[in-house]
Ligand binder design. Structure first.
Ligand code: UD1
Length: 365
Protein backbone atom coordinates (compact mmCIF):
# COMPACT_ATOMS: atom_id res chain seq x y z
CA UNK A 1 0.00 0.00 0.00
CA UNK A 2 1.56 3.24 -1.11
CA UNK A 3 0.71 6.11 1.24
CA UNK A 4 1.64 9.77 1.08
CA UNK A 5 1.82 10.96 4.69
CA UNK A 6 1.32 14.69 5.12
CA UNK A 7 2.69 16.92 7.86
CA UNK A 8 3.01 20.69 7.88
CA UNK A 9 2.71 22.40 11.23
CA UNK A 10 4.24 21.76 14.64
CA UNK A 11 1.47 19.61 16.16
CA UNK A 12 1.53 17.34 13.08
CA UNK A 13 5.07 16.11 13.63
CA UNK A 14 4.37 14.16 16.83
CA UNK A 15 1.29 12.61 15.22
CA UNK A 16 3.01 11.49 12.02
CA UNK A 17 6.14 10.07 13.74
CA UNK A 18 4.58 6.88 15.21
CA UNK A 19 2.64 6.27 11.99
CA UNK A 20 5.79 6.45 9.85
CA UNK A 21 7.46 4.04 12.26
CA UNK A 22 4.54 1.58 12.11
CA UNK A 23 4.48 1.68 8.30
CA UNK A 24 8.23 1.26 8.00
CA UNK A 25 8.08 -1.85 10.19
CA UNK A 26 5.58 -3.52 7.85
CA UNK A 27 6.79 -4.83 4.51
CA UNK A 28 3.36 -4.21 2.97
CA UNK A 29 3.73 -0.45 3.11
CA UNK A 30 5.50 2.04 0.90
CA UNK A 31 5.24 5.18 3.06
CA UNK A 32 6.41 8.56 1.80
CA UNK A 33 6.61 11.67 3.96
CA UNK A 34 5.46 15.01 2.57
CA UNK A 35 6.22 18.23 4.50
CA UNK A 36 4.16 21.15 3.25
CA UNK A 37 6.49 23.70 4.84
CA UNK A 38 3.60 25.47 6.66
CA UNK A 39 6.02 25.65 9.59
CA UNK A 40 9.64 26.09 8.55
CA UNK A 41 11.64 27.69 11.41
CA UNK A 42 14.34 25.58 13.00
CA UNK A 43 12.46 25.73 16.32
CA UNK A 44 9.00 25.09 14.85
CA UNK A 45 9.96 22.25 12.51
CA UNK A 46 13.52 20.88 12.30
CA UNK A 47 13.89 20.50 16.09
CA UNK A 48 10.96 18.07 16.02
CA UNK A 49 12.39 15.98 13.21
CA UNK A 50 15.56 15.64 15.29
CA UNK A 51 13.86 14.93 18.63
CA UNK A 52 11.36 12.45 17.17
CA UNK A 53 13.76 10.69 14.82
CA UNK A 54 11.47 11.47 11.93
CA UNK A 55 12.87 10.52 8.53
CA UNK A 56 13.72 13.49 6.33
CA UNK A 57 10.69 14.38 4.20
CA UNK A 58 10.74 12.74 0.77
CA UNK A 59 9.06 15.87 -0.55
CA UNK A 60 9.00 19.42 0.84
CA UNK A 61 6.47 21.82 -0.66
CA UNK A 62 8.08 24.82 1.09
CA UNK A 63 4.92 26.92 1.17
CA UNK A 64 5.78 29.08 4.22
CA UNK A 65 3.48 31.58 5.94
CA UNK A 66 0.68 33.51 4.24
CA UNK A 67 -3.01 34.32 4.72
CA UNK A 68 -5.25 31.27 5.09
CA UNK A 69 -6.46 31.41 1.49
CA UNK A 70 -3.01 31.91 0.01
CA UNK A 71 -1.36 29.27 2.22
CA UNK A 72 -4.09 26.69 1.52
CA UNK A 73 -4.06 27.43 -2.22
CA UNK A 74 -0.28 27.24 -2.41
CA UNK A 75 -0.26 23.83 -0.70
CA UNK A 76 -2.92 22.57 -3.10
CA UNK A 77 -1.07 23.84 -6.16
CA UNK A 78 2.14 22.17 -5.11
CA UNK A 79 0.62 18.94 -3.77
CA UNK A 80 -1.40 18.12 -6.91
CA UNK A 81 1.63 17.37 -9.14
CA UNK A 82 3.12 15.27 -6.33
CA UNK A 83 -0.01 13.11 -6.27
CA UNK A 84 -0.06 12.83 -10.05
CA UNK A 85 3.56 11.84 -10.06
CA UNK A 86 3.51 9.43 -7.10
CA UNK A 87 0.07 7.87 -7.71
CA UNK A 88 -0.42 6.75 -4.10
CA UNK A 89 -3.15 4.37 -2.94
CA UNK A 90 -3.99 6.83 -0.19
CA UNK A 91 -3.15 10.24 1.24
CA UNK A 92 -2.97 10.27 5.04
CA UNK A 93 -3.53 13.56 6.85
CA UNK A 94 -3.44 14.27 10.59
CA UNK A 95 -5.05 16.88 12.84
CA UNK A 96 -6.74 20.08 11.76
CA UNK A 97 -4.26 22.55 10.28
CA UNK A 98 -4.40 24.21 6.86
CA UNK A 99 -2.07 21.52 5.44
CA UNK A 100 -4.64 18.87 6.49
CA UNK A 101 -7.57 20.22 4.49
CA UNK A 102 -5.45 21.44 1.58
CA UNK A 103 -3.94 18.01 0.87
CA UNK A 104 -7.20 16.16 1.56
CA UNK A 105 -9.01 18.32 -0.97
CA UNK A 106 -6.37 17.68 -3.63
CA UNK A 107 -6.65 13.91 -3.05
CA UNK A 108 -10.46 14.01 -3.19
CA UNK A 109 -10.44 15.67 -6.61
CA UNK A 110 -7.96 13.09 -7.92
CA UNK A 111 -10.06 10.20 -6.53
CA UNK A 112 -7.27 9.14 -4.19
CA UNK A 113 -8.45 7.64 -0.89
CA UNK A 114 -8.14 9.96 2.13
CA UNK A 115 -7.27 8.75 5.60
CA UNK A 116 -7.81 11.22 8.45
CA UNK A 117 -6.09 10.59 11.77
CA UNK A 118 -7.67 12.51 14.69
CA UNK A 119 -11.06 12.71 12.99
CA UNK A 120 -14.38 13.67 14.56
CA UNK A 121 -13.25 16.25 17.13
CA UNK A 122 -15.64 19.22 17.25
CA UNK A 123 -15.52 22.48 19.22
CA UNK A 124 -18.77 23.60 17.49
CA UNK A 125 -17.09 26.98 17.07
CA UNK A 126 -16.84 27.80 13.37
CA UNK A 127 -14.81 30.95 14.07
CA UNK A 128 -11.85 28.63 14.75
CA UNK A 129 -9.96 27.92 11.53
CA UNK A 130 -9.23 24.41 12.83
CA UNK A 131 -12.95 23.64 13.21
CA UNK A 132 -13.58 24.44 9.55
CA UNK A 133 -10.59 22.30 8.57
CA UNK A 134 -11.85 19.40 10.71
CA UNK A 135 -15.43 19.41 9.43
CA UNK A 136 -14.39 19.63 5.77
CA UNK A 137 -11.62 17.04 5.99
CA UNK A 138 -13.91 14.53 7.71
CA UNK A 139 -16.62 15.06 5.09
CA UNK A 140 -14.32 13.90 2.27
CA UNK A 141 -12.34 11.19 4.12
CA UNK A 142 -12.66 7.47 3.37
CA UNK A 143 -11.19 6.18 6.62
CA UNK A 144 -11.58 8.14 9.85
CA UNK A 145 -9.46 7.32 12.90
CA UNK A 146 -10.79 8.73 16.16
CA UNK A 147 -9.15 9.39 19.54
CA UNK A 148 -12.18 9.56 21.87
CA UNK A 149 -15.85 8.47 21.90
CA UNK A 150 -17.17 12.02 21.32
CA UNK A 151 -15.54 11.86 17.88
CA UNK A 152 -17.51 8.75 16.95
CA UNK A 153 -20.75 10.43 18.08
CA UNK A 154 -20.01 13.58 16.08
CA UNK A 155 -19.20 11.70 12.88
CA UNK A 156 -22.24 9.44 13.23
CA UNK A 157 -24.48 12.48 13.70
CA UNK A 158 -22.96 14.02 10.57
CA UNK A 159 -23.90 10.92 8.57
CA UNK A 160 -20.51 9.23 8.20
CA UNK A 161 -21.10 5.48 7.67
CA UNK A 162 -20.06 3.38 10.68
CA UNK A 163 -17.70 1.17 8.68
CA UNK A 164 -15.45 4.15 7.95
CA UNK A 165 -15.05 5.16 11.62
CA UNK A 166 -12.45 3.50 13.85
CA UNK A 167 -11.86 4.42 17.50
CA UNK A 168 -8.16 3.60 17.86
CA UNK A 169 -6.72 5.93 20.50
CA UNK A 170 -4.30 8.79 20.20
CA UNK A 171 -1.14 8.87 18.09
CA UNK A 172 0.08 12.01 19.89
CA UNK A 173 0.09 9.96 23.08
CA UNK A 174 2.01 7.18 21.26
CA UNK A 175 4.79 9.72 20.84
CA UNK A 176 4.54 10.95 24.42
CA UNK A 177 4.91 7.42 25.76
CA UNK A 178 7.72 6.55 23.36
CA UNK A 179 9.71 9.66 24.32
CA UNK A 180 8.96 9.95 28.04
CA UNK A 181 12.10 8.17 29.25
CA UNK A 182 14.35 10.21 26.98
CA UNK A 183 12.59 13.45 27.96
CA UNK A 184 13.32 12.66 31.62
CA UNK A 185 16.99 13.18 30.82
CA UNK A 186 16.46 16.71 29.48
CA UNK A 187 18.30 19.34 31.52
CA UNK A 188 15.69 22.01 30.79
CA UNK A 189 14.74 22.50 34.45
CA UNK A 190 18.36 23.10 35.46
CA UNK A 191 18.88 25.48 32.53
CA UNK A 192 15.87 27.52 33.60
CA UNK A 193 16.64 27.19 37.33
CA UNK A 194 13.28 25.59 38.05
CA UNK A 195 12.42 22.79 40.47
CA UNK A 196 9.90 19.97 39.91
CA UNK A 197 6.32 21.19 40.72
CA UNK A 198 7.79 24.58 41.62
CA UNK A 199 6.59 26.43 38.51
CA UNK A 200 3.83 26.69 35.92
CA UNK A 201 3.97 26.53 32.11
CA UNK A 202 2.19 28.94 29.73
CA UNK A 203 1.52 28.56 26.03
CA UNK A 204 -0.59 30.83 23.80
CA UNK A 205 -0.85 30.94 20.04
CA UNK A 206 -4.47 30.97 18.91
CA UNK A 207 -5.70 33.98 16.93
CA UNK A 208 -8.64 34.31 19.37
CA UNK A 209 -6.23 34.75 22.30
CA UNK A 210 -3.25 36.57 20.83
CA UNK A 211 -4.58 38.75 18.00
CA UNK A 212 -6.71 41.09 20.14
CA UNK A 213 -4.52 43.24 22.44
CA UNK A 214 -7.40 43.57 24.94
CA UNK A 215 -7.70 39.78 25.35
CA UNK A 216 -3.94 39.32 25.39
CA UNK A 217 -3.54 42.12 27.95
CA UNK A 218 -6.25 40.56 30.14
CA UNK A 219 -4.66 37.11 30.31
CA UNK A 220 -1.31 38.77 31.01
CA UNK A 221 -2.90 40.60 33.98
CA UNK A 222 -3.71 37.15 35.37
CA UNK A 223 -0.19 35.87 34.60
CA UNK A 224 1.29 38.87 36.45
CA UNK A 225 -0.57 37.88 39.61
CA UNK A 226 0.31 34.19 39.25
CA UNK A 227 4.05 34.71 38.67
CA UNK A 228 4.26 36.60 41.98
CA UNK A 229 3.32 33.29 43.65
CA UNK A 230 4.71 30.68 41.22
CA UNK A 231 7.42 31.17 38.57
CA UNK A 232 6.08 30.76 35.02
CA UNK A 233 7.92 29.36 31.99
CA UNK A 234 6.47 30.79 28.78
CA UNK A 235 7.82 29.48 25.43
CA UNK A 236 6.61 31.98 22.81
CA UNK A 237 5.14 30.98 19.44
CA UNK A 238 6.46 33.39 16.75
CA UNK A 239 2.99 34.83 16.21
CA UNK A 240 2.56 35.48 19.94
CA UNK A 241 5.96 37.13 20.25
CA UNK A 242 5.25 39.42 17.26
CA UNK A 243 1.86 40.47 18.60
CA UNK A 244 3.22 41.07 22.08
CA UNK A 245 6.05 43.17 20.74
CA UNK A 246 3.69 45.30 18.66
CA UNK A 247 1.27 45.93 21.54
CA UNK A 248 4.00 46.62 24.13
CA UNK A 249 2.90 43.63 26.23
CA UNK A 250 6.27 41.93 25.73
CA UNK A 251 8.10 44.67 27.65
CA UNK A 252 5.56 44.33 30.48
CA UNK A 253 6.13 40.57 30.71
CA UNK A 254 9.93 40.98 30.56
CA UNK A 255 9.74 43.18 33.64
CA UNK A 256 7.97 40.50 35.73
CA UNK A 257 10.51 38.81 38.03
CA UNK A 258 8.84 35.37 38.00
CA UNK A 259 8.32 35.22 34.23
CA UNK A 260 10.74 33.20 32.05
CA UNK A 261 10.11 34.13 28.40
CA UNK A 262 11.59 31.50 26.10
CA UNK A 263 11.95 30.69 22.43
CA UNK A 264 9.83 27.73 21.28
CA UNK A 265 11.20 24.52 22.83
CA UNK A 266 11.90 21.18 21.16
CA UNK A 267 9.70 18.17 21.91
CA UNK A 268 11.83 16.55 24.62
CA UNK A 269 12.47 19.76 26.56
CA UNK A 270 8.81 20.71 26.40
CA UNK A 271 7.66 17.26 27.54
CA UNK A 272 10.05 17.41 30.50
CA UNK A 273 8.89 20.94 31.31
CA UNK A 274 5.16 20.07 31.27
CA UNK A 275 5.52 16.73 33.03
CA UNK A 276 7.28 18.37 36.01
CA UNK A 277 5.03 21.46 36.19
CA UNK A 278 2.59 22.28 39.00
CA UNK A 279 0.07 23.61 36.48
CA UNK A 280 -0.18 24.38 32.75
CA UNK A 281 -2.15 27.32 31.31
CA UNK A 282 -2.72 27.05 27.57
CA UNK A 283 -4.94 27.65 24.57
CA UNK A 284 -3.55 24.60 22.73
CA UNK A 285 -5.54 21.52 21.80
CA UNK A 286 -2.83 18.88 22.05
CA UNK A 287 -1.52 20.06 25.42
CA UNK A 288 -4.95 19.37 26.94
CA UNK A 289 -4.40 15.72 25.98
CA UNK A 290 -0.77 15.53 27.06
CA UNK A 291 -1.50 16.96 30.54
CA UNK A 292 -4.36 14.49 30.89
CA UNK A 293 -1.94 11.60 30.43
CA UNK A 294 0.73 13.21 32.62
CA UNK A 295 -1.79 13.97 35.41
CA UNK A 296 -0.78 17.65 35.46
CA UNK A 297 -3.59 20.18 36.04
CA UNK A 298 -4.41 22.10 32.85
CA UNK A 299 -6.30 25.40 32.73
CA UNK A 300 -7.45 25.95 29.14
CA UNK A 301 -7.88 29.62 28.26
CA UNK A 302 -10.83 29.00 25.94
CA UNK A 303 -14.61 28.72 26.27
CA UNK A 304 -14.84 25.39 24.43
CA UNK A 305 -12.84 22.29 23.68
CA UNK A 306 -13.01 19.73 20.88
CA UNK A 307 -11.48 17.24 23.32
CA UNK A 308 -14.17 16.83 26.04
CA UNK A 309 -12.63 13.62 27.38
CA UNK A 310 -9.78 15.71 28.83
CA UNK A 311 -12.39 17.35 31.08
CA UNK A 312 -14.60 14.31 31.81
CA UNK A 313 -11.70 11.99 32.59
CA UNK A 314 -8.55 14.10 32.54
CA UNK A 315 -7.08 17.06 34.37
CA UNK A 316 -8.40 19.79 32.09
CA UNK A 317 -10.69 22.73 32.96
CA UNK A 318 -12.06 25.40 30.64
CA UNK A 319 -11.47 28.80 32.22
CA UNK A 320 -11.85 31.29 29.35
CA UNK A 321 -9.81 34.50 29.17
CA UNK A 322 -11.27 36.64 31.98
CA UNK A 323 -8.50 37.36 34.53
CA UNK A 324 -10.70 36.73 37.62
CA UNK A 325 -11.79 33.33 36.35
CA UNK A 326 -8.23 32.32 35.52
CA UNK A 327 -7.06 33.36 38.98
CA UNK A 328 -9.95 31.59 40.72
CA UNK A 329 -9.18 28.35 38.88
CA UNK A 330 -5.47 28.72 39.61
CA UNK A 331 -6.13 29.11 43.34
CA UNK A 332 -8.39 26.04 43.43
CA UNK A 333 -5.84 23.94 41.54
CA UNK A 334 -3.16 24.99 44.06
CA UNK A 335 -5.34 23.71 46.90
CA UNK A 336 -6.64 20.33 45.80
CA UNK A 337 -5.60 17.02 44.29
CA UNK A 338 -7.28 16.31 40.97
CA UNK A 339 -8.91 12.97 40.33
CA UNK A 340 -8.24 11.80 36.83
CA UNK A 341 -7.77 8.77 34.66
CA UNK A 342 -6.12 8.06 31.32
CA UNK A 343 -8.70 7.56 28.54
CA UNK A 344 -9.12 4.09 27.05
CA UNK A 345 -6.76 3.26 24.16
CA UNK A 346 -4.36 6.12 24.98
CA UNK A 347 -1.79 3.41 25.52
CA UNK A 348 0.95 4.09 22.99
CA UNK A 349 -0.37 1.58 20.42
CA UNK A 350 -2.69 3.74 18.30
CA UNK A 351 -0.41 3.88 15.25
CA UNK A 352 -0.08 0.08 15.28
CA UNK A 353 -3.87 -0.28 15.25
CA UNK A 354 -4.16 2.24 12.42
CA UNK A 355 -1.55 0.43 10.30
CA UNK A 356 -3.45 -2.86 10.78
CA UNK A 357 -6.86 -1.40 9.91
CA UNK A 358 -5.51 0.42 6.84
CA UNK A 359 -3.97 -2.69 5.39
CA UNK A 360 -7.12 -4.78 5.89
CA UNK A 361 -9.17 -2.02 4.32
CA UNK A 362 -6.84 -1.71 1.35
CA UNK A 363 -6.74 -5.48 0.78
CA UNK A 364 -10.54 -5.66 0.83
CA UNK A 365 -10.96 -2.91 -1.77
C1 UD1 B 1 -0.98 26.60 13.01
C2 UD1 B 1 -2.31 25.87 12.97
C3 UD1 B 1 -2.82 25.65 14.39
C4 UD1 B 1 -1.77 24.96 15.24
C5 UD1 B 1 -0.50 25.79 15.19
C6 UD1 B 1 0.62 25.24 16.02
C7 UD1 B 1 -3.72 26.40 11.04
C8 UD1 B 1 -4.95 27.10 10.61
N1 UD1 B 1 -3.33 26.66 12.29
O1 UD1 B 1 -1.20 27.89 13.55
O2 UD1 B 1 -3.98 24.84 14.35
O3 UD1 B 1 -2.24 24.84 16.56
O4 UD1 B 1 -0.07 25.87 13.82
O5 UD1 B 1 1.69 26.13 16.04
O6 UD1 B 1 -3.17 25.64 10.29
N2 UD1 B 1 5.62 31.56 11.86
C9 UD1 B 1 6.99 31.62 11.93
N3 UD1 B 1 7.71 30.50 11.71
C10 UD1 B 1 7.13 29.31 11.41
C11 UD1 B 1 5.74 29.24 11.33
C12 UD1 B 1 5.00 30.36 11.55
O7 UD1 B 1 7.54 32.67 12.21
O8 UD1 B 1 7.86 28.31 11.23
C13 UD1 B 1 4.81 32.76 12.14
C14 UD1 B 1 4.49 33.56 10.89
O9 UD1 B 1 4.51 34.91 11.24
C15 UD1 B 1 3.07 33.13 10.57
C16 UD1 B 1 2.49 32.89 11.97
O10 UD1 B 1 3.59 32.38 12.72
O11 UD1 B 1 2.39 34.08 9.84
C17 UD1 B 1 1.36 31.91 11.99
O12 UD1 B 1 1.74 30.67 11.36
P1 UD1 B 1 0.62 29.75 10.66
O13 UD1 B 1 1.21 28.51 10.13
O14 UD1 B 1 -0.19 30.58 9.71
O15 UD1 B 1 -0.38 29.38 11.83
P2 UD1 B 1 -0.13 29.05 13.36
O16 UD1 B 1 -0.65 30.19 14.15
O17 UD1 B 1 1.24 28.54 13.65
Amino acid sequence: MKVLNVCGARPNFMKIAPLMRAFQQRADYDARLVHTGQHYDEAMSKAFFDDLNLPRPDINLEVGSASHAVQTARIMERFEPVCLDERPDAVLVVGDVNSTIACALVAAKLHIAIIHVEAGLRSFDRTMPEEVNRVLTDAISDLLFVTEPSGVENLTREGVPADRIHLVGNVMIDTLRAQQALAEQSDVLARLELTPRGYGVLTLHRPATVDDPAVLGGVCDAFERIQAELPLAFPLHPRTRNNMRQSGILARLEAMPGMRLLDPLGYLDFLKLTSSAAVVLTDSGGIQEETTVLGVPCLTLRENTERPITIDQGTNQLVGVAPDRILGAFESVRKGELEHRVPDLWDGQAAERIADVMLKWHTAR
